[in-house]
Design a protein around this ligand. Structure first.
Ligand code: SF4
Length: 393
Protein backbone atom coordinates (compact mmCIF):
# COMPACT_ATOMS: atom_id res chain seq x y z
CA UNK A 1 0.00 0.00 0.00
CA UNK A 2 1.37 3.43 -0.93
CA UNK A 3 2.63 5.39 2.03
CA UNK A 4 0.84 8.68 2.71
CA UNK A 5 2.98 11.77 2.45
CA UNK A 6 2.92 14.56 5.01
CA UNK A 7 3.22 17.63 2.79
CA UNK A 8 2.83 20.99 4.50
CA UNK A 9 -0.25 23.05 3.75
CA UNK A 10 -2.00 26.17 5.01
CA UNK A 11 -5.80 26.23 5.37
CA UNK A 12 -7.66 29.54 5.16
CA UNK A 13 -11.38 29.76 5.97
CA UNK A 14 -13.23 32.97 5.17
CA UNK A 15 -16.14 34.04 7.37
CA UNK A 16 -17.64 36.95 5.44
CA UNK A 17 -19.93 38.32 8.14
CA UNK A 18 -19.57 41.45 10.26
CA UNK A 19 -21.80 43.12 12.81
CA UNK A 20 -21.23 46.50 11.20
CA UNK A 21 -19.33 47.50 8.07
CA UNK A 22 -16.28 49.66 8.82
CA UNK A 23 -16.09 52.81 6.73
CA UNK A 24 -12.77 51.93 5.07
CA UNK A 25 -13.33 48.23 4.41
CA UNK A 26 -13.49 46.74 0.92
CA UNK A 27 -13.09 43.09 1.99
CA UNK A 28 -15.89 40.80 0.99
CA UNK A 29 -18.04 40.85 4.12
CA UNK A 30 -21.58 41.96 5.00
CA UNK A 31 -24.09 42.12 7.86
CA UNK A 32 -26.77 39.49 7.19
CA UNK A 33 -30.38 40.33 8.06
CA UNK A 34 -31.40 36.68 8.16
CA UNK A 35 -29.06 34.93 10.61
CA UNK A 36 -30.19 31.49 9.38
CA UNK A 37 -27.50 31.95 6.75
CA UNK A 38 -24.86 31.15 9.39
CA UNK A 39 -25.87 27.50 9.66
CA UNK A 40 -26.22 27.09 5.90
CA UNK A 41 -22.82 28.68 5.39
CA UNK A 42 -21.01 26.47 7.91
CA UNK A 43 -22.71 23.44 6.33
CA UNK A 44 -21.36 24.53 2.92
CA UNK A 45 -17.83 25.08 4.26
CA UNK A 46 -17.75 21.66 5.91
CA UNK A 47 -19.10 19.95 2.83
CA UNK A 48 -16.50 21.75 0.69
CA UNK A 49 -13.67 20.63 3.00
CA UNK A 50 -14.86 17.02 2.93
CA UNK A 51 -14.51 17.07 -0.87
CA UNK A 52 -10.72 17.32 -0.33
CA UNK A 53 -10.57 14.04 1.59
CA UNK A 54 -8.85 12.14 -1.25
CA UNK A 55 -6.71 14.84 -2.83
CA UNK A 56 -5.75 16.20 0.58
CA UNK A 57 -4.73 12.81 2.00
CA UNK A 58 -1.03 13.44 1.34
CA UNK A 59 -1.13 16.73 3.19
CA UNK A 60 -0.68 17.48 6.86
CA UNK A 61 -1.75 21.13 7.30
CA UNK A 62 0.49 22.92 9.77
CA UNK A 63 -1.36 26.24 9.77
CA UNK A 64 -5.07 27.12 9.85
CA UNK A 65 -6.41 30.67 9.69
CA UNK A 66 -10.07 31.56 10.19
CA UNK A 67 -10.39 35.12 8.95
CA UNK A 68 -13.00 37.47 7.67
CA UNK A 69 -15.10 39.41 8.05
CA UNK A 70 -15.42 38.72 11.73
CA UNK A 71 -15.44 34.98 12.54
CA UNK A 72 -16.62 35.69 16.10
CA UNK A 73 -19.87 37.12 14.70
CA UNK A 74 -20.93 33.51 14.09
CA UNK A 75 -22.98 32.07 16.97
CA UNK A 76 -20.55 30.12 19.22
CA UNK A 77 -22.17 26.76 18.37
CA UNK A 78 -21.66 27.38 14.64
CA UNK A 79 -18.09 28.57 15.10
CA UNK A 80 -17.29 25.52 17.24
CA UNK A 81 -18.87 23.27 14.62
CA UNK A 82 -16.61 24.91 12.03
CA UNK A 83 -13.46 24.51 14.17
CA UNK A 84 -14.22 20.84 14.86
CA UNK A 85 -15.09 20.29 11.19
CA UNK A 86 -11.72 21.64 10.07
CA UNK A 87 -10.00 19.28 12.49
CA UNK A 88 -11.95 16.26 11.29
CA UNK A 89 -11.59 17.07 7.57
CA UNK A 90 -7.77 17.33 7.58
CA UNK A 91 -4.91 15.55 9.31
CA UNK A 92 -3.64 18.60 11.13
CA UNK A 93 -0.02 18.61 12.25
CA UNK A 94 0.51 18.18 16.02
CA UNK A 95 2.14 21.61 16.23
CA UNK A 96 -0.47 23.32 14.04
CA UNK A 97 -0.72 27.11 14.34
CA UNK A 98 -4.49 27.60 14.47
CA UNK A 99 -5.33 31.32 14.22
CA UNK A 100 -8.66 33.11 14.37
CA UNK A 101 -9.55 36.77 13.93
CA UNK A 102 -11.66 38.44 16.58
CA UNK A 103 -13.32 41.84 16.91
CA UNK A 104 -13.14 43.09 20.53
CA UNK A 105 -16.89 43.69 20.74
CA UNK A 106 -17.86 40.19 19.63
CA UNK A 107 -16.37 37.66 22.07
CA UNK A 108 -16.32 37.25 25.86
CA UNK A 109 -14.46 34.94 28.22
CA UNK A 110 -16.84 31.95 27.96
CA UNK A 111 -16.75 31.85 24.16
CA UNK A 112 -13.00 32.44 23.99
CA UNK A 113 -12.39 29.60 26.44
CA UNK A 114 -14.48 27.24 24.31
CA UNK A 115 -12.64 28.22 21.12
CA UNK A 116 -9.29 27.71 22.86
CA UNK A 117 -10.34 24.29 24.13
CA UNK A 118 -11.59 23.34 20.66
CA UNK A 119 -8.10 23.90 19.23
CA UNK A 120 -7.66 27.57 18.30
CA UNK A 121 -4.27 28.56 19.72
CA UNK A 122 -3.62 31.99 18.20
CA UNK A 123 -5.95 34.99 18.29
CA UNK A 124 -5.76 38.12 16.13
CA UNK A 125 -7.60 41.08 17.66
CA UNK A 126 -8.31 44.28 15.72
CA UNK A 127 -7.63 47.37 17.84
CA UNK A 128 -6.58 49.82 15.09
CA UNK A 129 -6.43 52.83 17.42
CA UNK A 130 -7.02 53.82 21.06
CA UNK A 131 -8.32 57.23 20.06
CA UNK A 132 -12.14 57.50 20.11
CA UNK A 133 -12.26 60.09 17.29
CA UNK A 134 -10.06 57.94 15.07
CA UNK A 135 -12.09 54.81 15.83
CA UNK A 136 -15.25 56.69 14.98
CA UNK A 137 -13.83 57.88 11.63
CA UNK A 138 -13.04 54.24 10.83
CA UNK A 139 -16.57 53.16 11.80
CA UNK A 140 -15.26 50.62 14.31
CA UNK A 141 -17.83 49.26 16.77
CA UNK A 142 -15.50 48.95 19.77
CA UNK A 143 -13.62 51.24 22.13
CA UNK A 144 -10.07 50.92 23.45
CA UNK A 145 -11.63 49.75 26.71
CA UNK A 146 -13.50 46.94 24.88
CA UNK A 147 -10.19 45.85 23.44
CA UNK A 148 -8.57 45.87 26.89
CA UNK A 149 -11.34 43.66 28.28
CA UNK A 150 -11.20 41.30 25.29
CA UNK A 151 -7.41 40.99 25.52
CA UNK A 152 -7.53 40.24 29.25
CA UNK A 153 -10.28 37.65 28.78
CA UNK A 154 -8.34 36.03 25.93
CA UNK A 155 -5.31 35.62 28.19
CA UNK A 156 -7.55 34.23 30.95
CA UNK A 157 -9.06 31.81 28.43
CA UNK A 158 -5.57 30.43 27.75
CA UNK A 159 -4.41 32.28 24.62
CA UNK A 160 -0.65 32.72 24.89
CA UNK A 161 -0.19 33.78 21.27
CA UNK A 162 -2.08 36.98 20.39
CA UNK A 163 -1.71 39.44 17.53
CA UNK A 164 -2.96 43.02 17.69
CA UNK A 165 -3.82 44.89 14.47
CA UNK A 166 -3.08 48.63 14.39
CA UNK A 167 -3.57 51.24 11.72
CA UNK A 168 -1.87 54.49 10.76
CA UNK A 169 -2.86 57.18 8.27
CA UNK A 170 -6.29 57.49 9.97
CA UNK A 171 -8.22 60.80 9.75
CA UNK A 172 -7.17 63.25 12.50
CA UNK A 173 -4.29 60.97 13.57
CA UNK A 174 -1.08 62.67 14.74
CA UNK A 175 2.32 61.28 15.61
CA UNK A 176 1.40 61.73 19.29
CA UNK A 177 -1.89 59.86 19.02
CA UNK A 178 -0.13 57.10 17.04
CA UNK A 179 2.52 56.86 19.76
CA UNK A 180 -0.27 56.54 22.35
CA UNK A 181 -1.82 53.66 20.37
CA UNK A 182 1.53 51.87 20.09
CA UNK A 183 2.25 52.34 23.80
CA UNK A 184 -1.17 51.02 24.74
CA UNK A 185 -0.74 47.94 22.54
CA UNK A 186 2.78 47.19 23.80
CA UNK A 187 1.68 47.63 27.43
CA UNK A 188 -0.55 44.52 26.95
CA UNK A 189 2.48 42.47 25.81
CA UNK A 190 0.98 40.72 22.79
CA UNK A 191 3.26 38.25 20.99
CA UNK A 192 2.70 39.87 17.60
CA UNK A 193 1.75 43.30 16.25
CA UNK A 194 0.60 44.12 12.70
CA UNK A 195 0.32 47.68 11.48
CA UNK A 196 -1.40 48.77 8.32
CA UNK A 197 -1.24 51.98 6.37
CA UNK A 198 -4.87 53.03 5.77
CA UNK A 199 -5.59 53.06 2.04
CA UNK A 200 -8.64 54.74 0.58
CA UNK A 201 -10.42 52.04 -1.39
CA UNK A 202 -12.85 53.26 -4.07
CA UNK A 203 -16.48 52.60 -3.22
CA UNK A 204 -16.01 52.69 0.56
CA UNK A 205 -17.82 55.41 2.57
CA UNK A 206 -14.50 56.79 3.82
CA UNK A 207 -13.21 57.18 0.26
CA UNK A 208 -16.49 58.62 -1.04
CA UNK A 209 -16.53 61.24 1.77
CA UNK A 210 -12.77 61.74 1.97
CA UNK A 211 -13.05 65.51 1.57
CA UNK A 212 -14.97 65.69 4.86
CA UNK A 213 -11.96 64.39 6.80
CA UNK A 214 -8.46 65.64 7.57
CA UNK A 215 -5.89 62.98 6.77
CA UNK A 216 -2.22 62.96 7.78
CA UNK A 217 -0.07 63.78 4.73
CA UNK A 218 2.56 61.44 3.30
CA UNK A 219 5.42 62.92 5.33
CA UNK A 220 3.39 62.46 8.52
CA UNK A 221 2.60 58.86 7.56
CA UNK A 222 6.26 58.17 6.86
CA UNK A 223 7.15 59.60 10.29
CA UNK A 224 4.52 57.32 11.88
CA UNK A 225 5.87 54.25 10.07
CA UNK A 226 9.51 54.82 10.98
CA UNK A 227 8.57 55.79 14.54
CA UNK A 228 6.69 52.49 14.89
CA UNK A 229 9.63 50.43 13.58
CA UNK A 230 12.02 51.98 16.10
CA UNK A 231 9.52 51.93 18.96
CA UNK A 232 8.58 48.29 18.44
CA UNK A 233 12.20 47.15 17.98
CA UNK A 234 13.04 48.81 21.30
CA UNK A 235 10.08 47.03 22.92
CA UNK A 236 11.35 43.62 21.71
CA UNK A 237 9.32 43.17 18.53
CA UNK A 238 11.45 42.27 15.51
CA UNK A 239 10.13 43.47 12.19
CA UNK A 240 10.04 40.48 9.81
CA UNK A 241 7.73 41.86 7.12
CA UNK A 242 6.64 45.30 5.91
CA UNK A 243 3.65 45.34 8.26
CA UNK A 244 4.48 42.67 10.83
CA UNK A 245 6.45 42.55 14.07
CA UNK A 246 6.87 39.63 16.48
CA UNK A 247 8.53 38.46 19.63
CA UNK A 248 11.21 35.84 19.02
CA UNK A 249 9.66 32.72 17.42
CA UNK A 250 6.14 34.20 17.25
CA UNK A 251 6.09 35.20 13.57
CA UNK A 252 2.77 34.25 11.93
CA UNK A 253 3.57 30.92 10.25
CA UNK A 254 0.40 31.05 8.17
CA UNK A 255 1.14 34.40 6.57
CA UNK A 256 4.78 33.34 6.03
CA UNK A 257 3.42 30.62 3.73
CA UNK A 258 1.98 33.28 1.41
CA UNK A 259 5.24 35.24 1.34
CA UNK A 260 7.27 32.04 0.80
CA UNK A 261 4.97 30.99 -2.10
CA UNK A 262 4.01 27.74 -0.33
CA UNK A 263 0.78 25.81 -0.87
CA UNK A 264 -2.46 26.86 0.81
CA UNK A 265 -6.15 26.07 0.35
CA UNK A 266 -8.83 28.70 0.86
CA UNK A 267 -12.49 27.97 1.63
CA UNK A 268 -15.42 30.34 1.27
CA UNK A 269 -16.40 33.15 -1.12
CA UNK A 270 -13.46 35.36 -2.20
CA UNK A 271 -10.94 32.91 -0.69
CA UNK A 272 -7.76 32.29 -2.72
CA UNK A 273 -5.69 29.12 -3.06
CA UNK A 274 -2.39 27.96 -4.46
CA UNK A 275 -2.52 24.19 -4.57
CA UNK A 276 -0.88 21.56 -6.80
CA UNK A 277 0.52 24.27 -9.11
CA UNK A 278 -2.92 25.86 -9.59
CA UNK A 279 -3.93 29.29 -8.35
CA UNK A 280 -7.67 29.79 -7.96
CA UNK A 281 -10.25 31.84 -6.09
CA UNK A 282 -13.99 31.81 -5.49
CA UNK A 283 -16.57 34.43 -6.40
CA UNK A 284 -17.46 36.86 -3.60
CA UNK A 285 -21.02 35.68 -2.98
CA UNK A 286 -22.23 33.65 0.00
CA UNK A 287 -25.49 32.65 -1.70
CA UNK A 288 -23.68 31.48 -4.84
CA UNK A 289 -21.17 29.56 -2.71
CA UNK A 290 -23.90 27.76 -0.75
CA UNK A 291 -25.82 26.99 -3.95
CA UNK A 292 -22.77 25.68 -5.80
CA UNK A 293 -21.53 23.48 -2.96
CA UNK A 294 -25.02 22.07 -2.41
CA UNK A 295 -25.61 21.52 -6.12
CA UNK A 296 -22.09 20.21 -6.78
CA UNK A 297 -21.51 22.75 -9.54
CA UNK A 298 -18.20 24.06 -8.29
CA UNK A 299 -17.19 25.51 -11.68
CA UNK A 300 -19.81 28.24 -11.23
CA UNK A 301 -18.29 29.45 -8.01
CA UNK A 302 -14.74 29.67 -9.34
CA UNK A 303 -13.55 33.17 -10.07
CA UNK A 304 -9.90 32.98 -11.18
CA UNK A 305 -8.25 29.73 -12.24
CA UNK A 306 -4.69 29.52 -13.52
CA UNK A 307 -2.24 26.64 -13.75
CA UNK A 308 1.08 28.14 -12.82
CA UNK A 309 4.08 26.06 -11.72
CA UNK A 310 6.52 27.61 -9.26
CA UNK A 311 9.19 28.35 -11.90
CA UNK A 312 6.66 30.66 -13.63
CA UNK A 313 5.89 32.63 -10.49
CA UNK A 314 9.03 34.74 -10.77
CA UNK A 315 7.36 38.18 -10.60
CA UNK A 316 5.08 37.13 -7.77
CA UNK A 317 8.01 35.54 -5.93
CA UNK A 318 9.94 38.83 -6.05
CA UNK A 319 6.90 40.87 -4.93
CA UNK A 320 6.23 38.55 -1.99
CA UNK A 321 9.82 37.88 -0.89
CA UNK A 322 10.72 41.57 -0.90
CA UNK A 323 7.95 42.14 1.65
CA UNK A 324 10.08 40.21 4.14
CA UNK A 325 12.94 41.92 5.97
CA UNK A 326 15.18 38.98 4.95
CA UNK A 327 14.51 39.95 1.31
CA UNK A 328 15.71 37.85 -1.61
CA UNK A 329 18.54 35.38 -1.32
CA UNK A 330 20.37 35.19 -4.66
CA UNK A 331 21.33 31.52 -4.20
CA UNK A 332 17.77 30.42 -3.57
CA UNK A 333 16.61 32.58 -6.48
CA UNK A 334 19.14 30.84 -8.76
CA UNK A 335 18.04 27.39 -7.53
CA UNK A 336 14.37 28.21 -8.14
CA UNK A 337 14.51 30.14 -11.41
CA UNK A 338 17.97 29.44 -12.89
CA UNK A 339 18.70 33.19 -13.04
CA UNK A 340 21.04 35.50 -11.21
CA UNK A 341 18.87 38.07 -9.40
CA UNK A 342 21.58 40.75 -9.25
CA UNK A 343 22.50 40.35 -12.93
CA UNK A 344 18.88 40.25 -14.13
CA UNK A 345 17.72 43.35 -12.24
CA UNK A 346 21.08 45.01 -11.53
CA UNK A 347 20.62 48.22 -13.51
CA UNK A 348 17.20 48.88 -11.98
CA UNK A 349 18.29 47.91 -8.47
CA UNK A 350 21.28 50.24 -8.56
CA UNK A 351 19.38 53.51 -8.30
CA UNK A 352 17.40 52.22 -5.31
CA UNK A 353 20.56 50.91 -3.63
CA UNK A 354 22.29 54.25 -4.25
CA UNK A 355 19.21 56.11 -2.95
CA UNK A 356 19.15 54.11 0.31
CA UNK A 357 15.94 52.20 -0.43
CA UNK A 358 17.46 48.73 -0.93
CA UNK A 359 20.46 47.08 0.69
CA UNK A 360 22.38 44.55 -1.38
CA UNK A 361 24.99 42.61 0.56
CA UNK A 362 26.17 39.04 1.14
CA UNK A 363 24.08 37.75 -1.77
CA UNK A 364 20.80 39.13 -0.47
CA UNK A 365 18.66 42.13 -1.43
CA UNK A 366 16.26 43.71 0.98
CA UNK A 367 14.38 46.95 1.58
CA UNK A 368 15.45 49.55 4.11
CA UNK A 369 12.55 51.12 6.13
CA UNK A 370 12.45 53.96 3.57
CA UNK A 371 12.18 51.37 0.77
CA UNK A 372 9.44 49.46 2.58
CA UNK A 373 7.33 52.59 2.84
CA UNK A 374 7.33 52.98 -0.99
CA UNK A 375 7.77 49.28 -1.83
CA UNK A 376 4.80 49.12 -4.21
CA UNK A 377 6.25 51.90 -6.34
CA UNK A 378 9.76 50.39 -6.39
CA UNK A 379 8.56 46.88 -7.20
CA UNK A 380 6.37 48.01 -10.05
CA UNK A 381 9.37 49.90 -11.44
CA UNK A 382 11.74 46.93 -11.10
CA UNK A 383 9.28 44.41 -12.49
CA UNK A 384 7.66 45.01 -15.83
CA UNK A 385 4.00 44.28 -16.33
CA UNK A 386 2.14 43.96 -19.60
CA UNK A 387 -1.11 45.80 -20.41
CA UNK A 388 -3.17 43.08 -18.63
CA UNK A 389 -1.15 43.47 -15.45
CA UNK A 390 0.74 40.21 -16.01
CA UNK A 391 4.42 40.03 -15.28
CA UNK A 392 6.48 40.03 -18.50
CA UNK A 393 9.42 37.59 -18.25
S1 SF4 B 1 -14.56 44.17 11.02
FE1 SF4 B 1 -12.93 43.83 9.48
S2 SF4 B 1 -13.92 42.76 7.77
FE2 SF4 B 1 -15.56 43.62 9.06
S3 SF4 B 1 -16.06 45.56 8.10
FE3 SF4 B 1 -14.52 45.99 9.70
S4 SF4 B 1 -12.52 45.86 8.65
FE4 SF4 B 1 -14.05 44.92 7.30
Amino acid sequence: MAQRQNKRLGIYVHVPFCRHKCSYCDFYSYCPRDTRVYTAYVDALLSHMKSYKTVGADYMPDTVYIGGGTPTVLPPEELLRLIRGIKSSFRLSKNVEFSMECNPATAGYEELRRYRRAGVNRLSIGLQSVNAIELSALGRIHSARDFGVCFREARRAGFDNINVDLMFGIPYQTLDSWAATLKFAVSRSPEHISLYDLKLEPGTPLCDNASAYVFPDEDAEYAMYTFAIEFLERAGYRQYEISNFARQGKECRHNLKYWHCEEYLGFGPSAHSYFTDVRFSFKPSVSNYIKCIGGRTKDEMTDEYEEIPMRERLGEYIMLRMRLTEGIDSREFMRTFGKDFGMTYGSKLKKYIDGGYIVGSGGSYRFTPAGMFVSNYILSDILEFDADGHFAM
